[in-house]
Design a binder for this molecule. Structure first.
Ligand SMILES: *[C@@H]1O[C@H](CO)[C@@H](O)[C@H](O)[C@H]1NC(C)=O
Ligand SMILES: *[C@@H]1O[C@H](CO)[C@@H](O)[C@H](O)[C@H]1NC(C)=O
Ligand SMILES: *[C@@H]1O[C@H](CO)[C@@H](O)[C@H](O)[C@H]1NC(C)=O
Ligand SMILES: *[C@@H]1O[C@H](CO)[C@@H](O)[C@H](O)[C@H]1NC(C)=O
Ligand SMILES: *[C@@H]1O[C@H](CO)[C@@H](O)[C@H](O)[C@H]1NC(C)=O
Ligand SMILES: *[C@@H]1O[C@H](CO)[C@@H](O)[C@H](O)[C@H]1NC(C)=O
Ligand SMILES: *[C@@H]1O[C@H](CO)[C@@H](O)[C@H](O)[C@H]1NC(C)=O
Ligand SMILES: *[C@@H]1O[C@H](CO)[C@@H](O)[C@H](O)[C@H]1NC(C)=O
Ligand SMILES: *[C@@H]1O[C@H](CO)[C@@H](O)[C@H](O)[C@H]1NC(C)=O
Ligand SMILES: *[C@@H]1O[C@H](CO)[C@@H](O)[C@H](O)[C@H]1NC(C)=O
Ligand SMILES: *[C@@H]1O[C@H](CO)[C@@H](O)[C@H](O)[C@H]1NC(C)=O
Ligand SMILES: *[C@@H]1O[C@H](CO)[C@@H](O)[C@H](O)[C@H]1NC(C)=O
Length: 625
């Protein structure tokens, strides 16, 4: 080999490495600078080429620069041998060295050299006898003879170092083991020697490991023990399970394999990585995914008795969501749900509020369902209790003694039971007390009830629904009816009028207000109608033949068995008790009048028939009923 050729080999090698990397580069140019540089192998360096970042294995290593930079066997590179002519090449981890062949010597006089400093092997130009001893031996003159000595580091096959070359072809061989064994998926670390007793230290490539030693020793037999070494690839095993997630894809379990997790239905990614990678130590890196349940509702609460509100937790803000309300309702007195309503509402609010039209005095189960972005339906259920505002309403009095009202229930197949407590009192009759209690069960929407009430009475009607602890008080006033017929003893006399005796009437159908003594001249055309008889005085210009009131007493002034003398020329109230004319025939009536609440009723009785002259006519009374 010519000295100087080695100089060109350095840059040539680098170019070869670059060409080797060119294919890989295409795959990684799209990444960002920092991204790519961070992925460089520990035996690689980040380079900027054409504005792109590229990982290139360091000198002496070969690989893709990222996952792989393996020691390059420089000795095998190139068409011509790297060490030049007349050399042996020895590969080391990350480097190599050269040794000159027997009969050659390194130009730097060292046993080993690296050709890039221009060192070459040149023929040893020694004494003439050199040819006698063969390669790697030197000739030493002795007296009349010579002796051959193997060069340092060389020996004969039989181990001798000196010999006499008497024409037999003996040659000195280099002492030591040959190239150390290759380690599968491994490489040699540091320097080593080929001499017996030396050791070669190996390490496994990233992602590989070995259990049976990292050293091979050069034995006295000049063999490497162990003769073969290998590294096994790490295995991360089954990817670990992540709570509420499942592995969606797994590329393998060896170094660099990836597993991608997805949250299960109804859960969303709260934090962490979806992808975990099998690292060089055989562990899955980055299994920190946290999946949380999709909370479509939170803080659901009831307010204003019948309104519900909640907060939208996840999902797309501002997006229209449909909520399906399923409402089951049951009145307090019912055993089963009698109301069953389903409807939808749609809102994009983040804090929706919905007020429900609910019956009072009922228990409700409100079930709200919505569909999440991942098409999972989520329900929440809330209990709503409504107080009794009105168990019934719109009470109406009709026909004086009847009531009707409206039930506050939507369905007619629900029966309601009402309790009635009726109490009647009369201010004019302290001892009077009328009381009734009864039940009514009905499923009518507008029930009616009529009471059997006494006349001229103030009633209070307490209608209650015991089931609801709800009651209403209604006041009723019944009209007075005709007072009882006056209790009189009929007297028929001729001559002077008799003393009439008055009995008190009872406040039976209303308060008795007045007693009137009515005198009617008896004529053929005369009829007396109790209700329509005008209370004319004796002096009225209408009295001729029609009769007049002779006396009027207020009820409170009347005492039992009070006697009245007809024609005593006294005023009773505004009425004049005029003397009866002689030769006339009269009928005398007693009229009792009840007045209450602007209603006036009366009853009459024939009290006496008086004839001051002989007559054949008869007293008659026509009652208008
Ligand atoms: C090596 O030796 C051969 C023959 O002697 C010669 O042709 C060749 O050029 C030499 N190579 C180098 C690199 O010196
Ligand atoms: C070998 O090296 C020596 C010393 O550096 C030099 O003088 C000589 O020319 C070289 N030989 C070749 C063939 O390069
Ligand atoms: C080889 O020679 C060079 C220069 O001739 C010297 O510097 C060096 O120490 C020697 N040894 C090795 C191992 O290179
Ligand atoms: C629930 O609502 C209350 C007040 O309405 C509020 O203070 C609280 O932060 C809410 N909780 C959540 C989890 O949103
Ligand atoms: C509750 O109802 C009352 C009366 O109906 C109303 O004034 C009030 O605003 C309501 N409260 C809320 C929080 O809606
Ligand atoms: C409510 O909405 C759901 C889904 O949009 C639909 O399937 C359902 O029929 C609707 N129900 C009513 C009562 O409108
Ligand atoms: C609420 O409604 C959903 C959908 O109809 C149903 O699956 C769920 O069982 C209901 N929950 C209750 C408590 O009724
Ligand atoms: C109420 O009075 C009207 C007329 O007076 C009558 O036709 C009707 O039957 C009465 N109703 C009841 C419930 O008594
Ligand atoms: C009864 O009715 C009268 C007249 O309407 C009224 O003045 C009185 O207060 C009532 N009494 C009762 C006890 O309701
Ligand atoms: C009406 O009756 C109910 C049930 O007996 C009772 O609780 C309520 O106090 C009564 N109301 C009145 C005003 O008397
Ligand atoms: C019924 O209602 C009255 C007031 O309206 C209340 O004082 C009482 O405690 C209620 N009774 C029951 C059993 O709820
Ligand atoms: C009764 O007398 C009054 C005056 O005292 C008079 O205005 C009225 O017209 C008379 N009626 C009849 C029916 O004569």
């Amino acid at each position: 080999m010519r000295p100087g050729d080695g100089r060109a080999l350095g840059p040539l090698l680098l170019l070869l490495v670059l060409l080797h990397c060119a294919e890989r580069r295409r795959a990684i140019v799209n990444r960002s600078v920092s991204d790519v540089c961070a992925t460089c192998h520990i035996h690689a360096t980040c380079h900027q080429i054409e504005g792109k970042s590229v990982c290139i294995c360091n000198y002496g290593f070969v690989g893709n620069g990222r996952t792989h930079c393996q020691d390059k066997d420089e000795c095998q590179i190139g068409a011509s041998k790297i060490c030049g002519n007349f050399t042996l090449c020895h590969n080391t981890h990350g480097s190599f060295y050269c040794v000159c062949l027997d009969g050659y010597r390194a130009s730097n006089n060292n046993k080993t050299f690296i050709p890039n400093d221009g060192t070459n092997c040149t023929d040893i130009d020694e004494c003439e006898e050199s040819g006698l001893c063969g390669h790697n031996a030197r000739c030493v003159n002795t007296e009349g003879s010579y002796k051959c000595y193997c060069n340092d580091g060389y020996k004969l096959e039989n181990g001798e170092r000196s010999f006499h070359a008497d024409g037999n072809m003996v040659s000195c061989k280099e002492i030591g083991c040959g190239s150390p064994p290759e380690m599968r998926h491994g490489y040699i670390v540091g320097n080593y020697s080929l001499l017996p007793g030396s050791a070669v230290h190996y390490e496994c490539e990233e992602g590989f490991y070995t259990n049976n030693g990292k050293f091979s020793y050069c034995t006295a037999n000049e063999t490497w023990e162990p003769a073969a070494l290998s590294c096994k690839g790490v295995d991360c095993g089954v990817p670990p399970s992540v709570l509420n997630a499942h592995p969606a894809s797994v590329s393998g379990t060896t170094y660099g394999s990836k597993v991608t997790y997805s949250c299960v239905r109804g859960y969303f990614i709260a934090s962490g990585n979806q992808t975990a990678v099998c690292n060089a130590k055989g562990q899955w890196d980055g299994t920190d995914l946290v999946c949380k349940e999709e909370e479509l509702f939170s803080n659901l609460s009831v307010f204003n008795e019948t309104c519900v509100k909640w907060q939208r937790k996840t999902g797309t803000p501002g997006m229209q969501e449909i909520y399906t309300f399923h409402i089951l309702g049951q009145r307090w007195d019912e055993k089963v749900f009698s109301e069953d309503v389903i409807f939808n509402i749609s809102t994009s609010e983040d804090n929706p509020k919905v007020c429900l039209d609910l019956n009072s005095g009922s228990n409700y189960v409100v079930n709200i369902t919505t569909i999440s972005s991942t098409n999972v339906s989520v329900s929440v259920t809330v209990a709503v209790q409504t107080k009794v505002r009105e168990a019934f309403s719109n009470i109406l009095i009709f026909n004086d003694t009847c009531l009707k009202w409206q039930r506050n229930v939507r369905r007619t197949d629900v029966e309601d039971r009402y309790l009635f407590h009726v109490q009647g009192q009369r201010w004019y009759q302290k001892e009077f007390f009328h009381e009734m209690t009864f039940n009514l069960t009905t499923h009518k929407q507008a029930p009616e009830v009529c009471f059997d009430l006494q006349p001229g009475t103030n009633y209070s009607v307490n209608i209650s629904m015991v089931a609801f602890n709800f009651s209403l008080l209604v006041s009723l006033t019944t009209e007075i009816t005709d007072p009882p017929s006056p209790d009189v003893e009929f007297i028929a006399v001729r001559g002077s009028p008799p003393l009439l005796r008055l009995q008190k009437a009872e406040d039976q159908n209303g308060p008795i207000s007045l007693y009137q003594v009515i005198v009617l001249p008896l004529g053929l055309q005369n009829t007396f109608i109790c209700d329509t008889f005008a209370a004319a005085t004796f002096f009225s210009n209408t009295t001729d033949g029609k009769g007049y009131v002779a006396a009027e007493f207020r009820a409170k002034d009347v005492a039992d068995n009070m006697s009245i003398a007809l024609g005593d020329r006294q005023y009773y109230g505004k009425f004049y008790n005029a003397p009866l004319k002689l030769g006339e025939e009269y009928c005398v009536f007693l009229r009792i009048i009840s007045e209450w609440n602007k209603v006036r009723t009366q009853s009459c009785a024939v009290w006496a028939q008086i004839r001051t002259l002989i007559s054949t006519a008869q007293c008659t009374l026509h009652l208008l009923l």
